[in-house]
Each structure stands twice: as structure tokens, then as C-alpha cells.
Design a protein around this ligand. Structure first.
Ligand code: TEU
Ligand code: CA
Length: 582
């Protein structure tokens, strides 16, 4: 397989609103990011994925863009942005921006012009459809709850929004829309960025019938889908991985990226299968370089996102194994547990109830992820072992997905109790990832000045007094130092970067183990992903029957001496993970 520059690199996602505020308005900004480039360089970061910084009403925290060519004043100026690009280039770091083109903001001029003339050309940039018997064209739900259709004022038309009503879906069937989007992408690339993380890009092709009608619309030849518990049907079957995805992605590659050097594009692909990932990321198909798949972060939810079920090692292993197997010969994997939509893995699947449990379990999940084959993505604060927010009241939340979800399920549809919903929000609500980055033990965790005129836009986690970069930076036993070692291992060990991945002991209830091989070099990774002692699986013990010396232990979530004894005894301590050179 042809080597690509990102195959041994590590990416870091910055959620700008929560990263570092330098002007005391309680909102993170570009100057804050610039001031921390050396921190990221020291950690070993090669690629930064920057969540949206474009002009936006912030209904969905910037994933509702009202001007693709402007930096939101809350984050700073285009000059600040140009300095960020230049400063990253000086440090040999690559910047990928967030591209949100499945939809735009309802305040975008295209949508404003469409509202002003619902039968005019701009209405064709969106899905404006006739209502049926004075109601919406169909009974589909938006991802943020409620109907996916909202009435166009003064008409009998409705517009489609698979997310919030302030996020009208852009109609990619319209070649003018695609052309305008490609122009915008080229404009940003010409400013020196290196590519994009593409927001729900596998949803830009909707399944329409030969007349362009959507399921549920009058006369549509595609059957309707069953109604769910909130009285709506999921739009997922017809808005994910539609019939023209490969065509559009290949067209974008040709129109924009062909002929450019050194770019990398990763597409967000909720619901896309590992097999489809292989097709989209196989370079011979000229589509995208990587995708974010989500089946592994869906293992603790059943039906509704807010119906949580317990974590099980075998479920995570099954999902990640599928993803690894699918790209053994072509294509490439992204590796993540955390991002701005996912809760903090140490709270979600680890144990954040005391310092030792938190550090051990954060290291166990970090080791598991980073020793897989693919490009790892670290979410801001994950390298510190930052935890969920543990909010207790609805007022502490900021995310419309959570607030709408509570209103719809507890107060309107009454299909979930208040305590069950508050527990689900505390476990997997998106705001768990969006509390301010914890830089030090000062009043606002160093996210903003202790005497800042304005409070941070969202609550700072009280545990910042012990979990923060200043505390961990020089501590060799900290989660930060452990992540630094993980990153260095990917940079310096070709077997870890691109060696073949093979599962070992596929049926262990507690221990996730696999090998990485290239040529005659084999590395064995075994991780006890539970809070209790675990037997070393027989299949693993066989690989270790000649015993293990300390010099063979490349990394342990405890230390080499501890893991040599554990392996000899055939028993791993809780959260004990070890990387062994065979
Ligand atoms: O996320 C798309 C998406 O699938 C998530 O909204 C997911 O369905 C949800 O978070 C599961 O809880 C992207 C962005 O990452 C997200 O922040 C935006 O809200 C969304 O698209 C709309 O732009
Ligand atoms: Ca600020």
C-alpha cells in the first residue's frame, strides 16, 4: 500500500470556544490557540483539526455557518487566522478546518434570499417542498428532535433540516450549490490550510426518486419508514450514504484537490459501515483519505441516544476489529474515542471516581486506541485525562441537542423520566466534552483570567484543581506524559504506525489483545479494560510462554517491572495494559 504522509502522524482536535480565552469574554479565541502551539508541538502533535471558526449565530455552536468566508468576531479576525496558519507552518504542523456543507445557517444570505423568493433560484439551493393537507411533506424527525420540516413563512412550502431548524440542508442535487461549495473550499486551501474534516459529508446525497422526490412526499416512489417513539420516523435510511455520495466525493476531489500537494481530508460518516469506509478511503477511488466511523461509539446506546446500556469489552472489540479488518489491504482508519460530540472516555467507559482509577483507565483507553493501525485523533483535554462535567441541572447545559432532547422526551412525548434523562445527559451529553480546557488550578482553570470580566460560556469542571496541564506537564506518571509516549511510539516505530493488525483472544470478557507485525517484527498489546483483575487469556499466554523481560516492555499503564510480574503470574491488574516487543 502506498505510504501517505499522515500514516504515522497524530491529530488533535481543538474546539475553539473552549480552548483558551485571551480577551476575557469567556469565549476561547484564535489568539489563545496561537499561544498554545508550543504546548501542542511539545506533546508531539502533527495535525490540528480546528472545529468551525466561521461567522455563525452559534445555534449549534458554529456548525450553523452564516458566512463561509468570514471568521466569527467571537474568535478574532482573519489576520489572527493568517497568523495561526503561519505559526503552524513554522512548526511543521498541518491545519485542517471543519467543512460544514451538508447545511448552512438560516441566517446565510442564500437562505435569506430563498425565504424572500420561495419560488426563485435560491430556493433550489435547499429542499423547499409543498406541504401535504396543511402539514409537513412527511413525518421525519430531525437529529435534534422534532420534525425535520419547518414551514416557509407565507407559503404552503416547508424546508428540510435534518438538524436544527436553523440549519437548512443544502441541496447537493443542484450543481450550482456544489460549484459554490468547491469555490469556497479552494479559497481556504489557497490560504494555506492542509485539508478538512468534513461534517456529516456522507449525508449530502439524499435518496430521492427519479423525480427528485424525498421519501414520504406525495407521489414519491420510495416507501415511507416506520414511525418511532417520539412520533416521527428517523431520516437516517434516506439521508445517510445516499446514491450519489461516491460521485460527489470524487467530483469534489477532481474539482478541488487534484493537482494540490500535501492535503488530507477526513469525512465524518455516522452510520457508514467499515466496508464502505474501505471503498471511500481507497486511494484508487479518489474520494477521501479517511472517515470517522461511529459504530464503536454507539455500543452504549440502544435505539434513542438517550437510552444508554452498559459498556462491554466484547462490543468495543467487535466494532474496532471490523474497522481494522476492512482496511487491511486498502483504505485507512481513523482512531478516536473522544470529540466535541462524544463524552469523555475516562468517565464514559473508564473510572473517574478517584485519581488512581482515573489515571489508570485513561491510560488504558489511550494505549488501546493509539496502538491500533490508523491515524489517532486526540480531543482537547483527553491527553490530561479530563472527565465529564457531572452537571446536575438542565440550566448548566448549553447544547441544543441535550436541551431539546430533555424538552421533547421528558416534557412533550413523555417517553423518558426526568431522572433517567438527566442521568443520560450526565453520561453522554455533548457538553461533557465542551467544558473549558484545564490549563492550571486557578479559578477558571487558566481558560480565562481569574479576574476576567465575564464568566466562561460554560461551567469549568471543579476537578480542574487536580486535573490540569500545569500539574501534569512535568509529572512522568501523568496521563499527559503517557500520551506523549504513545505519540512518540507512533513517530518512531514503523510497526506501530503501519504494521498489520491481528486480533488475539477474541472472546475474553475483560482483556482486549492484538498484535502488530511488519516483517519479522511483532508487537503484542494486551489491555485489561475493566476495573478488576483479569486472567491473561490462554492464547496470549502462549505467545509469552518464553517469559517477558523488562527490556521487552515498550509501555505499561503501570510500569515495566509491574507488568513483567503480572505476565509471569498470568494475571493483569485492573486497567493494566502493556505493549510487548516479541
Ligand atoms: O455531527 C453529526 C452527527 O451525527 C452528530 O450530531 C451526532 O448525530 C450526534 O452528535 C450524536 O449525539 C456533526 C457535528 O460534529 C455536530 O457537532 C453537529 O451538531 C452536527 O454535525 C450538525 O452540524
Ligand atoms: Ca475570547
Amino acid at each position: 500500500m502506498k505510504r501517505k504522509w499522515w500514516h504515522d502522524k497524530v491529530a488533535y482536535q481543538i474546539y475553539p470556544k473552549s480552548f483558551l480565552d485571551t480577551n476575557g469574554d469567556g469565549i476561547g479565541d484564535l489568539k489563545g490557540i496561537i499561544s498554545k502551539l508550543d504546548y501542542l508541538k511539545e506533546l508531539g502533535i502533527d495535525i490540528i483539526w480546528l472545529s468551525p471558526v466561521y461567522e455563525s449565530p452559534f445555534v449549534d455552536q458554529g456548525y450553523d455557518i452564516s458566512d463561509y468566508y468570514k471568521i466569527a468576531e467571537q474568535f478574532g479576525t482573519m489576520d489572527d487566522f493568517d497568523i495561526l496558519v503561519a505559526e503552524m507552518k513554522k512548526r511543521g504542523m498541518h491545519l485542517i478546518m471543519d467543512l460544514v456543507v451538508n447545511h448552512c445557517s438560516d441566517k446565510h444570505e442564500w437562505f435569506q434570499k430563498a425565504l424572500a423568493d420561495p419560488d426563485g433560484p435560491y430556493a433550489g439551493y435547499f429542499y423547499f417542498r409543498e406541504g401535504k393537507d396543511g402539514k409537513a411533506p412527511s413525518n421525519y424527525r430531525s437529529y435534534f428532535g422534532g420534525s425535520a420540516w419547518t414551514k416557509v413563512p407565507g407559503t404552503n412550502k416547508y424546508y428540510l433540516h435534518t438538524f436544527a431548524k436553523e440549519q437548512p440542508d443544502l441541496n447537493w442535487e443542484n450543481p450550482v450549490v456544489r460549484k459554490k461549495i468547491y469555490e469556497m473550499i479552494n479559497w481556504w486551501l489557497d490560504k494555506g490550510i492542509d485539508g478538512f474534516r468534513m461534517d456529516v459529508i456522507t449525508q449530502v446525497s439524499k435518496t430521492v426518486d427519479k423525480n427528485g422526490k424525498l421519501p414520504g412526499e406525495d407521489g414519491c416512489e420510495i416507501e415511507d419508514y416506520p414511525v418511532g417513539e417520539e412520533g416521527y420516523s428517523s431520516p437516517f435510511p434516506w439521508c445517510s450514504d445516499g446514491p450519489r455520495i461516491d460521485e460527489f466525493l470524487a467530483e469534489m476531489r477532481r474539482e478541488v484537490f487534484e493537482g494540490r500537494e500535501g492535503y488530507m481530508n477526513v469525512g465524518e460518516a455516522p452510520g457508514i459501515t467499515p466496508a464502505r469506509n474501505e471503498h471511500v478511503t481507497d486511494p484508487k477511488n479518489g474520494e477521501l483519505d479517511m472517515l470517522f466511523l461511529f459504530d464503536h461509539v454507539g455500543i452504549d446506546q440502544e435505539g434513542s441516544k438517550w437510552n444508554t446500556v452498559p459498556f462491554e469489552v466484547k462490543n468495543l472489540r467487535a466494532r474496532l476489529a471490523d474497522q481494522q479488518e476492512a482496511v487491511k489491504n486498502a483504505g485507512w482508519a481513523s482512531l478516536f474515542f473522544c470529540n466535541h460530540d462524544q463524552p469523555r472516555v475516562v468517565s464514559r467507559w473508564g473510572n473517574d471516581t478517584d485519581r488512581e482509577s482515573r489515571e489508570l483507565s485513561a491510560k488504558a483507553f489511550g494505549m488501546l486506541l493509539h496502538m491500533h493501525r490508523g491515524t489517532p485523533y486526540i480531543y482537547e483535554g483527553e491527553e490530561l485525562g479530563m472527565t465529564n462535567a457531572h452537571f446536575t441541572t438542565l440550566e448548566q447545559y448549553r447544547d441544543l441537542e441535550s436541551i431539546n432532547g430533555y424538552r421533547q422526551r421528558v416534557e412533550e412525548a413523555k417517553c423518558q423520566s426526568a431522572e433517567s434523562m438527566m442521568a443520560a445527559l450526565a453520561l453522554i451529553g455533548r457538553d461533557n466534552a465542551r467544558t473549558p480546557m484545564q490549563w492550571d488550578a486557578s479559578r477558571y482553570a487558566g481558560f480565562t483570567a481569574p479576574d476576567a470580566a465575564t464568566e466562561p460560556w460554560i461551567g469549568v469542571n471543579p476537578n480542574h484543581v487536580e486535573i490540569n496541564a500545569a500539574e501534569e506537564f512535568d509529572d512522568p506518571g501523568s496521563v499527559y506524559s503517557f500520551y506523549k509516549k504513545l505519540i512518540a511510539m507512533r513517530h518512531n516505530n514503523a510497526t506501530i504506525a503501519t504494521g498489520e493488525w491481528n486480533l488475539v483472544a477474541a472472546d475474553s470478557e475483560q482483556v482486549y489483545s492484538f498484535t502488530r507485525t511488519s516483517g519479522d517484527d511483532t508487537i503484542l498489546v494486551i489491555v485489561n479494560l475493566t476495573d478488576r483483575t483479569a486472567q491473561v487469556p490462554a492464547e496470549v499466554a502462549q505467545l509469552l510462554e518464553d517469559g517477558v523481560g523488562e527490556s521487552q516492555v515498550l509501555l505499561s499503564t503501570y510500569d515495566a517491572a509491574h507488568s513483567v510480574k503480572s505476565v509471569a503470574r498470568g494475571e493483569l491488574a485492573r486497567w493494566e495494559g502493556v505493549v510487548i516487543q516479541l
